[in-house]
Write a protein that binds this ligand. Sequence first.
Ligand code: SDX
Length: 430
Amino acid sequence: MASTAKLTYNGKELELPVVEGSEGEIAVDISKLRPQSGLTTLDPGYANTGSCQSTITFINGEKGILRYRGYPIEEIAEKSSFLEVAYLLIYGVLPKKKELAAFVDNITHHTMLHENVKSFFGGFRRDAHPMAIASAVVGALATFYPEHISPAAGEGEKAKEAASLLVAKFPTIGAYSYKHSIGQPYVYPDNSLDYASNFLHMMFATPCEEYKVDPTAAKALDLLLILHADHEQNCSTSTVRVVGSSDANLFASVSAGVSALWGPLHGGANQAVIEMLGKIIASGDSGKKFLENCKDKKSNIRLMGFGHRVYKNFDPRATILKKTASEVLKKLKKTNPLLDVAMELEEIALKDSYFVERKLYPNVDFYSGIIYQALEIPTQMFTVLFAIGRLPGWIAQWMEMRQDPKRRIARPRQVYTGETKRPYVPISAR
Ligand code: SDX
């Protein structure tokens, strides 16, 4: 493999270094392009641009491969737990028994929110979207931990402390936003419960009666969190890196990531899929007519939960979630007509040249909502669950960026296409 790439422009030849990753990915390093040639690159959506070198997550979109720190997602999903995955992503190694126990204990004993935080929720309307609440409250957490605001707090023990505080408190923030929306009292965390069970407890327990977490539901939720934990340089993770690159604190960076994830083209797709499937059922359509509309550009309709910037094959998470959806519904003795429609849509789409030519396959959001529904999670909370799962990935990527000795503030260039120089026109002459 050549170690340089040649660029010829305007009679000048430039040799640019080529970087090769541990999985054979190659990239042209253009960090010296502008000073050496006056050229910049243009790549809307950064589809062809790498922002960093990373050791955290590997995706091979052509082969449908996803690995966290080298471990295949299929094995992680079957054998690990969410907090063990959080440790792996943040610290780079699978924890020994004692290390995991200490990590879990630390998270468990920091799940409560400062009592003042509760008053934030009262300031929101009942119908406030929980992603807006999550972004606001996570950002405001920085005011409770002023020792975590300085740039120096972005490294070492302080950074690890902020990481644990966020992983511990995010589910409480999510559950409180749900309780606020239904006018029920907030339920404090229960330290006797595991991470996923505690979230379900805070969501559904009430002071009026005993609430027992169904172990099937807790296990399914833990799996969902694992599958969402990291996904290399996606939109929200890139946002967390960009915000953190200005030396902004971890709370501010994650708050921005929550907002980026909310978009229906990204993490908001899980809510959009359920709304889409519900509309198809309500219209009495089997899905065939809907898919025809998706293929008509003028309709502006997309098959939500399908397609991916990187995967041009099955998203391995979707494969696991499709199987899990049927299993969880069976174990919880529930049915969901949305699952039947989803499977029907997948079957038709994967035989349709429009989707096949564009290599559009189900992504992580296509089946996840059906499982969230089986757990009785309200639709508006789906993307909050995605964020709770993605949090360790955001943190790990932010830490990796902050620890990079060569890091620089993120500041892309542009190609200006506006008006050239012209004199100001006084209002009297306009
Ligand atoms: C996530 O990046 C990540 O890793 C994200 C994520 C993570 O874990 O962080 O995996 C999570 O965000 C998953 C994606 C969830 N979003 C959706 O399900 C929304 C529906 N899908 C899309 O809008 C779209 O596929 C994207 C946003 C996911 C990817 O967009 P791209 O890479 O910019 O692709 P594109 O919009 O340029 O589409 C290429 C072609 C277009 O047709 P042509 O112009 O070539 O004729 O495919 C078509 C698109 O119109 N297309 C679709 C489609 N997705 C793409 N047509 C119908 N339905 C769709 N879902």
